[in-house]
Structures are given as C-alpha cells and as structure tokens.
Design a protein around this ligand. Structure first.
Ligand code: ARG
Length: 459
C-alpha cells in the first residue's frame, strides 16, 4: 500500500518500523470522531468554495459508507495504514479515487488527532458524569433507608464517635459531587476546536474555523495553533480527575471489605456480586471491591505515564504524543467498568443494623460526650478531657462501659457530675443532637437528604 506521505521516500517502510509505529490497533476506536470531524471539515471546505460541491458530496458519501463498513465489521484494519486517520483516508481513496485526497486540504493529522481525542474525551466525560450521578442516587436512597441507624465511625481505625449510617453514606455523595464538578471544569476548559491549526502554523486557505467548531458542538476555537497541536493538558486533567474518582471508590471499597469481614460483619454484600473460594467453602469474597481498589493503581499509573510522556517534549507535536491514547482509553474504561459494577452492587447491598447499633455502644465511643458535658458545665475543655480519660481508664480496669457507671462513680472523678450526665451519654441524644450544619444530627441529616434530593432531582 502506498503511504499518503510516500512522495519523499525511495524505499518502502521497514516492516519492523511499521509494526512499531502503528497506532491503528488501538486508535481505531476513534473512528466515529474521526469521521465526524472529517464531515464537518469537508462541509466547511465546500461552504468556503475551497473544494467544489461535487467533490465534497463524493467525499461525504464515501465517509458515510466507510462508517457503515466499520460498524458492520466489513472494514479491514490493516496495520500498514498506520493510524485511524490514514486508514479512513486510504479506504476513501479506494472508493472514490484521487478526489479523496482533497479531504486533507487545510488540515494535518496533528490538528486532526487533537480534535479526535477531544471529541472522544468530551463524550466520555458525559458518560462518567451520568454514572457518578447514578451512584449518588443509590447512596442517597440508602442513606434515607438507614437514616436512623446508628453506626460507629472511626479515626485511625479506632472507634471515634457514633454517627447515623445515613450520614456516613452521604459523605460519599459529597465526594462524587466534587468529582462531577471537576469533570465539568475539565470539559469547559477543553471545549475549543483545534481544527484549522493544521500542522502547527495555521493555513493560508480561507477556512471557517468557527463554523466547524460550532458544527462539532464546541464552544469556540483555540487561539494559538502551536499550542493547539501540542496541548494534551486536557488528557492529563482527565486522568487526574479519574484518579481522584478511583481514589474515592477505592476508599469506599476498602471500608466495605473491612465491614464485610467476620470480625466487623456490618455489611451484607449481595451474593451475586461476590465470589467463592475454590478450597474454603465458607468464603464469600468481596473480589469486585478488591479489584476496584486494585484498578485504582492502574489509573494512577496512566496519569503518571502521560505526565512523563509530555514532560520535556519540545514544541510542538511529537510522535511521543501518540502514546497518550492507550492511557486515556484505559483510564476511561477502568472508571466506567468500575462504576458500572458498583452501581448494582450497592443497590443490592444491605447493612446489618442490629450489629451496627450493638457495636456502637461499645468501646467508650461516647467519651467525647462526657468531656463536652463537663465543659458545658464550665470546665475548660482540656481539664474535662483529662477527667474523662481517667473515667475511661477506670472503666477499662473494671471491665465496664461508660453507660454502666452510676452517678456516684462519676462523682468520684469530679464532684460536679449530676444526673443529667446520663442524658449526655444517651446514644439517641449524642448522635441525634449534633445539628450543626454538616453534622450527623437528626435534623441536620434530614436537611442534607432534602438538599441532595433537590440537587439530584430525586423524588
Ligand atoms: N497517530 C498519530 C498520533 O496518534 C497521529 C498524528 C501523527 N502526526 C504526524 N505528524 N506523524 O499522534
């Protein structure tokens, strides 16, 4: 096959080089974006009378046919085509002859590839945004279901304070909201068409860049051709945002893996989303959660790979940049498949209310309430903390929980203790009354649920 760039060469490309430099094996997934971009470009060339209507129509018809061929599995992806851009153009030439070459008037693969990836990423951002929103809705629903279930919350993996389980669940809804807003930022920042930047300098052809941009759904055009063909910031940003999404998913999975252990038994994962052991019949393994945690490393890897690829690249386009695609694709695929499996998994997940409530009582989890109680009586908080610490030590020594102490026992540590200390360490009060904005309290949690219902348009 003759290469579109063969004019300057006397020898056929070495097969090793062909195999080493090709990107068709992975960039073929950009075929839709590539054809869409070419259609907009050709329509513009026609409108500007840079090519004739007859030529344009031939090309447009050919492109549509190629799209159908690809979609019906009739297109032959030969490696010697090098990349998706040349594969499509070569096929067009086979179909309509030399007029096919006019498609590349006032265009280079450099602005073409930048366009294709931008179109692809924009589409995937929307997909990921929607999936995040679906997962948020699942968690919002669960948080309403478990609105009044008390659960122990941790710092340093030590029992810290009890909260309502609904409050815990909504903490992830918050994280995903930030993830969504980062994706939107990225989308807005990259929403400028690079087409017309050509190889790096722009063109003398009287093209209409805005027309093409508008046709492709961009909010505008890039304003420096050298930057436009060498910019991959948007891909780095995307992979950063995807990394953060995976970090959030991984932390959630880690909690659920722990909660699924025999020792915790706080969560009941759906059977059909767990796997068994080939040797130990009693096991119900949280493999999906472990894999999401593991795949987080893949996405971080892609981010780091792309940053490293881009580092120290001289201006402007360099072939190194072809290495961006597999990382973008893998990052996108990993996030989408993780979200797609987690949504139904959590839809069917139940929490062990009995155990959560039971365990919330243990481990001096309300010690902070006693310290707060004393400082409300006028003691400086540090002193209150000290006294409470001594009470906890006493309980530990006598194998008692705080709520098992009598008033007389309390008074041994500080004479100002009164009967109402029992109200302070009443679980319902301790959790339910933390009604500061953002707190776990009953009213505060109700407000949070109401706010999320409105924001996510859930009835
Ligand atoms: N396959 C190339 C890439 O993915 C397309 C651009 C090639 N441009 C060039 N001047 N060699 O980056």
């Amino acid at each position: 096959m003759k290469k579109p760039w063969s004019g300057r060469f006397t020898k056929k490309t070495n097969e090793l080089v062909e195999a080493f430099t090709e990107s068709l094996s992975f960039d073929r997934r950009l075929y839709e974006e590539d054809i869409k971009g070419s259609i907009a470009h050709v329509n513009m060339l026609k409108k500007q009378k840079i090519i004739t209507a007859r030529e344009a129509n031939l090309i447009l018809k050919g492109l549509e046919e190629i799209k159908t061929e690809i979609e019906n599995g009739k297109f032959e992806f030969k490696k010697e085509f090098e990349d998706i851009h040349m594969a499509i153009e070569s096929r067009l030439k086979e179909k309509i002859g030399d007029v096919a070459g006019k498609i590349h008037t006032a265009r280079s693969r450099n602005d073409q590839v930048a366009l294709d990836i931008k179109l692809y990423i924009k589409k995937k951002i929307i997909d990921i945004y929607r999936l995040l929103e679906e997962l948020q809705k699942v968690f919002l629903n669960k948080s309403e279901m478990y609105q009044t279930c008390i659960a122990p919350a941790y710092t340093h993996l030590q029992r810290a304070q009890p909260v309502f389980l609904g409050h815990y669940l909504l903490s992830f809804v918050e994280m995903w909201e930030r993830d969504k807003s980062r994706l939107i930022d990225c989308y807005k920042r990259m929403d400028y068409s690079p087409l017309g930047s050509c190889a790096l300098a722009g063109t003398t052809f009287p093209i209409d860049r805005e027309y093409v941009a508008k046709n492709l759904g961009f909010s505008g055009v890039t304003t420096n051709s050298m930057d436009a063909v060498s910019d991959r910031d948007f891909a780095v940003e995307l992979l950063s945002h995807l990394s953060i999404i995976m970090m959030h998913l991984s932390r959630l999975c880690e909690d659920m893996i722990l909660w699924n252990t025999y020792e915790f038994s706080f969560v009941i994962l759906p059977d059909d989303f767990c796997t068994g052991s080939s040797i130990m019949p009693q096991k119900k393994n949280p493999d999906v959660l472990e894999l999401v945690r593991g795949k987080t490393g893949r996405v971080y890897g892609s981010l780091l790979a792309l940053l490293t690829i881009m580092k120290a690249l001289p201006m402007t386009y360099n072939r190194d940049m072809q290495e961006d695609k597999e990382h973008i694709f893998d990052g996108v695929d990993t996030v989408i498949s993780s979200l797609e499996v987690l949504i139904p998994l959590f839809e069917k997940t139940e929490f062990n209310v009995k155990r959560l409530i039971e365990e919330s009582k243990k481990g001096f989890i309300l010690a902070t309430e006693i310290a707060d109680y004393l400082s409300k009586k006028g003691l400086p908080f540090r002193m209150a903390h000290e006294i409470t610490g001594k009470i906890v030590a006493y309980c530990e020594k006598h194998n008692k929980e705080l709520y098992e102490l009598s008033i007389d026992e309390f008074k041994k540590f500080y004479s100002g203790f009164e009967k109402d200390v029992l109200d302070a360490i009443n679980m319902e009060n301790a959790v339910g009354m933390k009604n500061v904005v953002g707190g776990t309290g009953k009213k505060s949690l109700q407000d949070q649920i109401k706010m999320w219902k409105k924001r996510l348009k859930v009835e």
